[in-house]
Design a protein around this ligand. Structure first.
Ligand code: NDP
Length: 288
């Protein structure tokens, strides 16, 4: 079997075309959706992510503002900017690019964002609402992953889903969304015994680990749907410098029924759902 690709670029473009119309509708009602992005430090990957987010906003007709700070900036400067943006009616979403330098308390920074503008969905209120199945901003990466199932008509009801990784921004919300959608979910992490045995039971396998090509074809149940969240830079060999996922794509695609590539899978969908959340926030402001 050669797996069908779940193409995040194509799905993202399709959704973003609809977003542009929505942004125009809102602008006609006097509310131009706006996103503020805060970047602290000089991490090369973060700079690329922020640039992509700002460009995606421009293409979707969403106003964006970017604030960049030196790695040694005093945290209070960033807190003051967040307070200003919280009060700014032009801004409907605030995103602080992670990771932050070590002298920042990242949780405190995220909690400083007004809940109504927390389009990343990382604040405790949002996390609690997600857990209870209440309306919330769904964290963008797992939200994007869920869109693949919807688009490909993959039902999750009664399926065995295994999520490898339990971070607050990917693994945990992913598990929650899969559970809400009717899957029976197992969450694996670095202390899991016999990861392979868990993975082999998965009809739906989500890898969010941060370890290049760790999930190999022999760990995948034939016909499984594989969502590869990982973004890793290959360090050595002929492909040094290129990106790869947490899944060994070549061996996995021979076993899986559907698979997301890296790059071009979950990454573009993460940005797409950031736009979706920003629009949702602007819509709420328009109807307030
Ligand atoms: P974290 O480092 O926060 O979490 C990694 C998780 O993987 C942890 O729960 C860790 O377990 C688990 N893990 C580590 N080693 C193993 C192992 N040997 N076996 C099983 N589990 C293991 O990473 P993130 O969740 O933030 O990101 C994961 C990956 O996704 C990264 O490559 C990141 O770059 C990428 N990413 C991609 C995005 C996109 O848009 N495509 C967005 C966000 C992240 P433990 O908790 O026990 O330490």
């Amino acid at each position: 079997m050669t797996a069908q690709l779940l193409d995040g670029v194509a799905l993202g473009q399709k959704l973003r075309a609809g977003f542009k119309l929505k942004a125009e509708e809102l602008a006609a009602q006097g509310v131009r959706p706006g996103l503020a992005v805060i970047l602290v430090g000089e991490d090369a990957a973060s700079q690329v992510y922020v640039r992509n987010k700002v460009n995606a906003c421009a293409q979707a007709g969403i106003h964006s503002e970017k604030y960049t700070y030196a790695p040694d900036v005093a945290p209070q400067v960033v807190f003051d900017k967040i307070a200003e943006l919280n009060a700014d009616p032009k801004i409907h979403g605030i995103l602080v690019q992670l990771p932050l330098p070590g002298h920042f308390d990242a949780d405190a920074v995220l909690e400083a964002i007004a809940p109504a503008k927390d389009v990343d969905g990382f604040r405790a209120e949002n996390v609690g609402a997600l857990m209870q199945g209440q309306p919330c901003f769904i964290p963008c990466t797992p939200y994007g992953a869920m869109k693949f199932f919807e688009e490909a008509g993959i039902s999750l009801k009664g399926k065995e889903a295994v999520v490898v990784g339990r971070s607050n921004i990917v693994g945990k919300p992913m598990a929650m969304l899969l559970m809400h959608a009717g899957a029976t979910v197992t969450v694996c992490h670095s202390q899991t015994r016999d990861l392979k045995a868990h993975c082999l039971r998965a009809d739906i396998l989500v890898a969010a680990i941060g370890k290049a090509k760790m999930i190999t074809g022999d760990m995948i149940k034939p016909g499984a749907v594989v969502i590869d969240v990982g973004i890793n830079r290959i360090q050595e060999g002929p492909d040094a410098g290129k990106l790869c996922g947490d899944v060994d794509f070549e061996s996995a695609r021979e076993v899986a029924s559907f698979i997301t590539p890296v790059p071009g899978g979950v990454g573009p969908m993460t940005i797409t759902m950031l736009l979706a959340n920003t629009l949702e926030s602007a819509e709420r402001a328009a109807s307030a």
